[in-house]
Design a protein around this ligand. Structure first.
Ligand code: PMP
Length: 418
């Protein structure tokens, strides 16, 4: 993360600890792929709310539905009440997302954020299996609350909490050992060996592409082998699709490419469509063992987000246009980044769909590229264990011209630092 521990609200410095993303501007308005600061300078947004704005800023179709809902005094805060907005959302989610993919999941509203859905997934897995420990992966990121942080494979982030709350054992993510093909035999061996110290886990939690961890892409066959192992060993598989879901990698769910059906799926960020808080936990019907009240919270259901989420599904997920466009635009970035990697030493690239990383062997260069990009009107942040990866998460609705404009800025910045 491209964060600074001071912020630019100088006059309030003594009272604000906001850890603002370290761009020296105060932003004001935004539309589509563009964001404007208070002085009117425009920036192309390749950060897009860290994946919360897949349909762009103030998407006109969603805005119209939202304004109409508010103007007719639609309920904003409904807690756990049954509302029209919630019913319509659930019907559309089933019709547009679950049914066409042959998925049968119960839907839980875990709280407003990504970390809330991860927390509920961990709780449910523990309750269902009666086991407590979790397998996570190197470089994983799952959130900032105590449970989610315990399964985050980043010791700097975990240091914020002292001792982890949940017993988690990190395993190597795909390609952690460069080029070593993984078949999980070692994992089974460790599971069977009482001397290994590994308790039988309740669940494995995995991202198909690690966003915060540096755009590390798991191969579909690796994901399939993991799913098969979990099913054979009766370990629940949680796919954390908070950042990679809602079409970021192409299909609505990032695990579709691997052809698996996880036991539990976490969604947040772009599921609300308009950049307002919303999260969902999906789980197989047989895992539905919580008593009412075992997982609740004041902001579990956000009715305006139900409205924009429903309209986004109707508009963007009634056919495969968005998916195909995302894959095509992803290839456009891949080509531009491959050209850069061939031209400059110490530069490589990886990604899937519209999550793409430009990887520098010197992290300082990645930071400089983001700074130069900012100066030239482009927002992109770094990710990865040493912040060595310039991560691109543009809105899926970005145009070819906008994409090429942004890629040009990044190419110039890369040439300058190389
Ligand atoms: N899981 C993943 C994969 C994420 O990328 C994030 C956020 N970057 C989270 C969970 C946590 O989401 P939130 O910041 O909304 O709590």
């Amino acid at each position: 993360m491209n964060t600074a521990d001071t912020n630019i609200f100088d006059s309030l410095e003594s009272q604000v600890r906001s850890y603002s993303v370290g761009w020296p501007a105060i932003f004001d308005t935004a539309k589509g792929s563009w964001i404007r600061d208070e002085n009117g300078k425009e920036y192309l947004d390749f950060f897009a709310g860290a994946g919360a704005l897949n349909y762009g800023h103030n998407n006109p179709v969603l805005k119209e539905a939202l304004v109409e809902y508010i103007m007719r005094d639609g309920i904003t805060h409904g807690l756990d009440m049954s509302t029209v907005a919630k019913r319509d959302f659930l019907e559309t989610f089933k019709a547009k997302i679950l049914d066409p993919r042959g998925l049968d999941y119960k839907v839980q509203f875990p709280g407003p954020t990504g970390t809330n859905t991860v927390e509920s997934a961990l709780k449910l897995a523990r309750k269902v299996t009666g086991r407590t420990s979790i397998i996570n992966f190197t470089n994983a990121f799952h959130g900032m609350t105590l449970g989610a942080l315990s399964v985050t494979g980043n010791s700097m982030k975990r240091a914020g909490a002292g001792i982890p709350l949940v017993h988690a054992t990190p395993m190597p993510f795909d390609n952690y050992f460069d080029g070593v093909t993984e078949d999980f035999h070692w994992f089974e061996r460790v599971l069977d060996d009482s001397g290994s110290g590994l308790n039988r886990p309740a669940a494995v939690i995995v991202e198909t592409v690690q966003g915060e961890g540096g755009v590390n892409v798991a191969r579909p066959e690796w994901i399939r082998a993991l799913a098969e192992l979990c099913s054979r060993r009766e370990i629940l598989l949680i796919v954390d699709d908070v950042q990679m879901g809602c079409g970021r990698t192409g299909p609505f769910f990032s695990f579709e490419e691997a052809g698996i059906t996880p036991d539990i799926v976490t969604l947040s960020k772009s599921i609300g469509g308009y950049g307002m808080p919303m999260a969902l936990t999906l789980f197989k019907p047989e895992l539905d063992i919580w008593e009412p009240g075992e997982h609740n919270g004041t902001f579990r259901g956000n009715n305006p987000s139900f409205v924009t989420s429903r309209v986004a599904m109707e508009h963007y997920w009634s056919d495969d246009t968005l998916e195909k466009e995302t894959l095509r635009k992803g290839e456009r970035i891949a080509k531009a980044f491959t050209d850069l990697s061939e031209k400059f030493d110490g530069v490589s690239t990886r990604g899937r769909g519209l999550v793409r990383g430009l990887v520098f062997d010197d992290a300082a260069k990645a930071g400089k590229v983001c700074k130069l990009a900012f100066d030239n009107g482009l927002l992109a942040e770094t990710s990865g264990p040493s912040d060595e990866v310039v991560k691109l998460l543009p809105p899926l609705t970005i145009t070819n011209e906008e994409l090429d404009h942004g890629l040009g800025i990044l190419a110039d910045a890369t040439a300058t630092v190389s």
